[in-house]
Design a protein around this ligand. Structure first.
Ligand code: PEP
Ligand code: MG
Length: 291
């Protein structure tokens, strides 16, 4: 047990061949960081922001969001922090925001689709993120991107909110904007997106590639990120990132599945993002990988 704790405290992870692998954290709320030393990780690879919209009575206002984002950036002490814009819908219904009557919410108005349909809600989050960006190395990522125009529209909204804040004399910065690659259409042509980075969401990428829902036990065997078809899409995304000179990470549950660590590193991935509880186990698994 002590060895596991020690492994979790190392600042960096290396394979048996000495290749450095960045290990980032996934969190679903700032409380997930309580009692954790930021030195166990290389930053935060995924902040899910749905909790903000679930907990509050009505939608959270700009100041409430800003306070939470800032708290997470302060915790990271300058390490990169990737905050994902609201990913409502699919397996994450939000009362008053998502559509209850969808027959197949995984293929419906979820993630970036909903944010673009509700610019009144999206703009508030973008403003809070621009304000938080002055307090650390913030990156912003968009969930469920399928086509480049979604990124372009979100980018234009981000620019507009940043410009408006500056005109109001409010401290702000324009964070780099990246995309989740979790729809096969995005993985297949990742180089067509002008994203500042790619983060592979293997939970959704696997369910959409295998046509096996992430939450239906009867098809759990098919919902396998280790399937060569899914690994091929991951490799393709890594290759697109290399060509474009932008970072590619993977933040789905597969990053914490140590049976897949060697296969994921073999795709060329050098950044994995997992929940805090999985950090020590992942670092130990990385140390055993030989290419
Ligand atoms: C994913 O789809 O792999 C992912 C990280 O996002 P979420 O699990 O929140 O859909
Ligand atoms: Mg997802």
């Amino acid at each position: 047990a002590q060895a596991a704790v020690d492994a979790g405290r190392l600042d960096s992870a290396r394979t048996a061949d000495g290749q450095r692998i960045a290990v980032l954290l996934n969190i679903a709320a700032p409380e997930d960081l309580a009692g954790l030393d930021p030195a166990i990780c290389d930053g935060i690879g995924l902040v899910r922001t749905e909790f903000l919209f679930e907990a509050s009575q009505g939608l959270p206002d700009e100041d409430a969001q800003y306070a939470v984002y800032r708290r997470i950036l302060d915790w990271a002490e300058g390490r990169p922090v990737t905050i994902r814009t609201l990913d409502a819908g699919g397996d994450k219904p939000i009362a008053g925001l998502t559509i209850d009557s969808e027959r197949n919410p995984f293929l419906g108005l979820r993630g970036i689709r909903l944010s673009l349909a509700r610019p009144d809600v999206f703009r508030v989050q973008l403003r809070a993120l621009c304000r938080a960006a002055v307090h650390g190395a913030l990156k912003v990522m968009l969930p469920m991107i399928a086509v480049p125009s979604e990124l372009d529209r979100a980018s234009a909204l981000l620019d507009a909110e940043f410009t408006a804040l500056r005109a109001e004399g409010i401290a702000c910065a324009r964070p780099p904007l990246g995309i989740m690659v979790e729809v096969p259409a995005a993985a297949l042509r990742a180089e067509a997106f002008g994203a500042a980075f790619y983060s592979i969401g293997s939970n959704d990428l696997t369910q959409y590639t295998m046509a096996a829902a992430r939450d239906i036990g009867a098809v759990a065997d098919l919902n396998d990120t280790g399937n060569p078809a899914v690994l091929a899409l991951i490799s393709r995304t890594v290759e697109a990132g290399r060509k474009r000179g932008v970072e590619v990470s993977l933040c789905g549950d597969a990053a914490a599945d140590t049976r897949l660590t060697a296969a994921l590193i073999a795709t060329g991935l050098t950044t994995l993002s997992v929940s805090p509880i999985a950090v020590a186990r992942l670092k130990a698994a990385i140390a055993k990988v030989r290419s």
